[in-house]
Ligand binder design. Structure first.
Ligand code: UN1
Length: 507
């Protein structure tokens, strides 16, 4: 059963629960506990985090290295079964997971449900990838008298460094891929959301994945630095800001060790173009979802809306109507559409951004925050009129949408401006004209291009997700090439003639 008891009752019981996160294998002096508070109510502690020390990082990587060959030798089928057992364990702990998504990360219930769904989808998809790719060998063509085969293996110890905005799905996704490929994993969750990560790792261990194979190392940037500077590390899968990805890349390059694999999924400056053939109601629904669902805290979220000038007044009036109806407040209240942002720093940065635009004379629509939001990190949903995406200097990770008008004959210029920003994550288009779609598609330099729908919520396997340029390295999460980036390819070539002793490994 997905839910053991009525969900509401169970969530109510879990409201008082205190959680904790600590390194999987603790060593020596346990050190200080840092409180984890609710984004929606900073006076409310959800649990505590104990950061990994430098010694613990070193030991964890050593333990991972020692066990990895055995994990790799298990083969794809056995690893797949363990990942599927972990997926089952996640589903059996639905209430605990939803509760932590809400209390630690400030998610609304629908967002929390989607988060659990995506996490389970990742586990099952990568389990199947383990079966598809790691149960070889695969014979390669060759001349008579020679046998060639290809096998895939784990690279060694992989680090995963994950963000707070998908504290379960993007914590477990890259780790599951690395595990599927036969790597040991050391996982550092975002400092804001270690509790749900600790629960996820415990559930994986209960499902039978050995503790040394999948280790949790909580902490902030300093712990990330300990991890990524270790020369024994085979690779890093990172999701977070472009700036942090660039810093990790430099750290990896400076190590005197094997050349590391680096997989980064980073930010975006995502645009949507709406032309005068679009359906206004559909545009309104999709713009509001893309910009304000999850309080705009998705790297896929819409930041810059371009509306063709002759329909702009009507469309913006409708968007504003829907925007005024958004319910902002406590994410545990089922009526809430827009919850808090993650922490006081995020709130301050967004408010600075809005204040600066206001000072520059931009027209700004801002919602009033209800009094009930006073104890938390809430940012009023905001829409700012701009001339162009070129006026945006950095990603504004929250419920702030920028809009601009464009004359129809300047569509190509708009696309050039969007591309010139250098990010390449998502792009939306609302148009019912085929030639427009073809033009925009041919110019798009993004990983995920969405037509006549919202531009968030990529589904594992159906919509592999990830960007280009400043938005990341690829390959796409949940896609057919992802797990391979965590693997080595080994070719064995055997002389099967008499001179070679008639050897055959495939026989
Ligand atoms: C992120 O926000 O870090 O398509 C990426 C989506 C999600 C985005 C995840 N899969 O909205």
């Amino acid at each position: 059963p997905l839910v053991r008891e009525p969900l509401e009752k169970r969530l109510e019981e879990l409201r008082g629960r205190h959680w904790n996160a600590a390194p999987t294998l603790s060593y020596g002096n346990p050190g200080e506990m840092a409180p984890i508070t609710q984004p929606q109510d900073l006076s409310h502690e959800v649990g505590t985090r104990r950061d990994a020390t430098e010694d613990e990082v070193r030991l964890a990587i050593g333990r991972g290295q020692a066990i990895q060959p055995g994990w790799n030798a298990l083969g794809g089928e056995k690893r797949a079964l363990l990942l599927e057992a972990a997926a089952d364990a996640f589903e059996e702990n639905t209430a605990e997971i939803l509760s932590l998504c809400q209390r630690e990360a400030g998610k609304t219930l629908p967002d929390a449900v989607l988060e659990l769904r995506e996490a389970v989808d990742f586990l099952r998809f990568y389990a199947n990838e383990a079966r598809r790719l790691f149960t070889g060998p695969f014979p390669l063509p060759g001349p008579t008298g020679e046998e060639n085969r290809l096998t895939f293996n784990g690279r060694g110890v992989f680090a995963t460094i994950s963000p707070w905005n998908f504290p379960l799905a993007i914590f477990i996704g890259p780790a599951a891929a690395a595990l599927a490929a036969g790597n040991a994993v050391v996982a550092k969750p975002a400092e804001q959301t270690p509790l749900i990560a600790a629960l996820a790792v415990r559930l994986c261990h209960q499902a039978g994945i050995p503790e040394e194979v999948f280790q949790l190392l909580p902490g902030a940037g300093e712990v990330g630095q300990f991890i990524t500077s270790d020369p024994r590390l085979a690779g890093v899968a990172f999701t977070g800001s472009t700036g942090t990805a660039q810093a990790i890349n430099r750290t990896l390059a400076a190590r005197d060790g094997a050349i590391a694999t680096f997989i980064a999924e980073t930010g975006g400056q995502n645009a949507m173009i709406v032309d005068s053939s679009a359906l206004p109601e559909q545009v309104t629904r999709d713009v509001v979802a893309s910009a304000f669902q999850s309080a705009g805290q998705r790297c896929s979220a819409l930041r810059m809306l371009y509306v063709q000038d002759d329909v702009a007044d009507e469309i913006l009036r409708m968007i504003r109507g829907a925007f005024e109806a958004l319910h902002v407040g406590d994410p545990e209240d089922l009526a809430t559409d827009v919850g808090p942002v993650i922490d006081p720093d995020a709130k301050a940065a967004l408010e600075r951004h809005v204040a600066r635009r206001e000072k520059n004379g931009r027209s700004v629509w801002r919602r009033e925050l209800p009094h009930s939001t006073i104890k938390g990190c809430f940012v009023a949903p905001t829409i700012i009129e701009m001339d162009s995406i070129l006026d945006l200097k950095r990603e504004n990770f929250g419920p702030v949408l920028h809009v601009a008008r464009f004359p129809g004959h300047q569509l190509e210029q708009v696309m050039e401006d969007i591309n010139s920003v250098g990010y390449g994550l998502t792009l939306g288009l609302h148009s019912r004209i085929d030639s427009t779609r073809r033009l925009v598609e041919s110019m798009a330099r993004v990983g995920n291009f969405y037509v006549n729908r919202n531009q968030i919520g990529a589904v594992v396997e159906s919509q592999p997700f990830g960007g280009e340029g400043l938005s990341g390295t690829g390959p796409k999460a949940g896609g057919p090439n992802y797990v391979m980036r965590f693997a080595t390819e080994r070719v064995v070539c055997i002389d099967t003639t008499a001179a070679g002793g008639n050897a055959s490994l495939l026989a």
